[in-house]
Write a protein that binds this ligand. Structure first.
Ligand SMILES: Nc1ncnc2c1ncn2[C@@H]1O[C@H](COP(=O)(O)OP(=O)(O)O)[C@@H](O)[C@H]1O
Ligand SMILES: [Mg+2]
Length: 358
């Protein structure tokens, strides 16, 4: 064996850290240095506590190994980083013994588990949504039927009311029933089954129709609409009704967020070489639609909650728009992402597989 050991360790993708029996760093390969954001040269000889802090998962694992003389592991430990995105790492440590069989140090392996964790989250997300869909659809059916009767009865009461107060009360019932009916309509989207029926669809025509619909609702608001459409986008295999529903929800949200005035920008483009995150192995071309508004944007602490069914910050919201949208985009093997871009406002990004009929 004449090869340089350090060179071999640096070629390994896993992070490898070797500590002496007092917990001082003897060696960290390139991968470990990157994951932990330490420089191997300046870290050499320093205690693992001073280097990473006593609460760091690697410190815990190393100390356990050095105290017990046995292996220890911790999975999916969060590692905060300053210069690159945070990581989740699987950490496993094993004891090292000298020639006399005395505990002489520890070797710790670090494996980046971030991708695996993200994929798992995506799967759990989808499972939640599909269970939710079944319950929601069932409840919607049960409630929708008697609702028509209640509304009709309230209307009759209202028309026969002897005084203004009774008439107002009847009107209130009708209004509230209508609100419930809207909510149920959103829920019923799930009731029609999960299957999508794809036909060649002109995405720009869909967007134009939605914009026209929303324009009626937003009458009186000063909202400029900018279309940045890529005219070379071909007809794509999509379920036209579902996709119309998706963009109706997203564009409505954008208009509502702007509260009277602002700029709505709709952008379309093709991404021929990009891999869709969340679909390992699916490296096909995608169609991206971006809905950008100049509203207040989305506070970062809310970003993670937005697609949770019934989460809303609006007094007359149902909190179903994004959940429903995410559901149908996922059924198309696509991805919905909400961001707060640096130039302000909010942006909904929809990636759909660019499948064509031919
Ligand atoms: N373009 C946007 N700008 C700011 N906040 C948004 C935007 N789109 C969605 N949101 C936030 O996400 C929440 C959930 O949206 P949604 O699921 O459509 O339900 P709803 O519109 O009924 O509230 C909204 O209440 C709002 O807080
Ligand atoms: Mg909405």
């Amino acid at each position: 064996m004449t090869r340089d050991l350090t060179g071999i360790l640096d070629a390994v993708l896993a992070g490898i850290v070797v500590l002496d029996r007092d917990g001082r760093l003897e060696l960290a390969n390139t991968a470990a240095a990157r994951m932990l954001e330490v420089s191997p040269a300046s870290a050499h000889g320093r205690q693992v506590e001073t280097l990473l802090g006593p609460a760091h998962a690697l410190t815990r694992v190393a100390r356990e190994v050095l105290a017990s003389g046995r292996s220890a592991t911790e999975n999916e430990c969060p590692v905060e980083r300053r210069f690159e995105p945070d990581l989740a790492v699987d950490i496993s440590g094993a004891p090292l013994f000298d020639a006399a069989g005395q505990l002489d140090g520890a070797v710790v392996f670090l494996r980046d588990a971030t991708l695996q964790r993200d994929l798992q989250r995506l799967v759990v997300d989808r499972e939640h949504l599909s269970a939710f869909g079944h319950i929601a659809a069932g409840v919607a059916h049960e409630v929708k039927n008697p609702l028509g009767g209640i509304r009709g009865a309230a209307e009759i009461l209202g028309s026969r009311a002897a005084d203004a107060k009774t008439a107002d009360t009847a009107e209130l019932i009708v209004r509230e029933v209508d609100r419930i009916a809207t909510l149920l309509d959103d829920l019923m989207v799930f009731a029609r089954g999960d299957a999508v029926q794809r036909t060649p669809t002109n995405i720009h025509r869909v967007l134009d129709e939605v914009l026209e619909l929303v324009a009626h609702e937003a009458l009186g608001r000063e909202i400029a609409v900018e279309r940045e459409f890529d005219p070379s986008i071909p007809e794509v295999l999509l379920d036209r009704d579902r996709i119309t529903q998706v963009f109706l929800n997203l564009i409505r949200n954008a208009v509502q967020a702007m509260d009277g005035h602002g700029t709505l920008t709709i952008r379309t483009r093709m991404r021929l070489d990009r891999r869709m995150t969340g679909h390992a192995g699916d490296a096909g071309p995608t169609l991206r639609v971006e809905i950008h508004d100049s509203g207040p944007g989305i506070p970062s602490e809310l970003l993670g909650q937005l697609a949770t069914p019934f989460f809303t910050t609006r007094s007359d919201g149902t909190g179903l728009g994004l959940a429903v949208s995410r559901h149908w985009i996922a059924a198309h093997d696509g991805l919905l992402q909400l961001t707060s871009p640096e130039d302000g406002g909010a942006c909904a990004q929809v990636d759909l597989p660019l499948r064509t009929a031919s």
